[in-house]
Design a protein around this ligand. Sequence first.
Ligand code: ZN
Length: 78
Amino acid sequence: MKGEIVCVKCSLEEGKAVRMRVKRTGVTFRTEEYIGYFRADLFECPECGAQVLANVGSEIVDEDFVTDFEFLPVGVWI
Ligand SMILES: [Zn+2]
């Protein structure tokens, strides 16, 4: 169980722990609070399809790096 990710919504509906599965490891993402980017693992719920990023690593500073996901406010251009 340790380190696993459980979907609350689906677990309540199914009456058992519904674990999210690794969809892709080593995806990269950027958020507006940091200059650099982060690596993480992308998990997906097999029931509802909800996706989460977990096992987030340390910030990697490379402003020119093209990331998989950009979590930036609408209207911000970098
Ligand atoms: Zn779910």
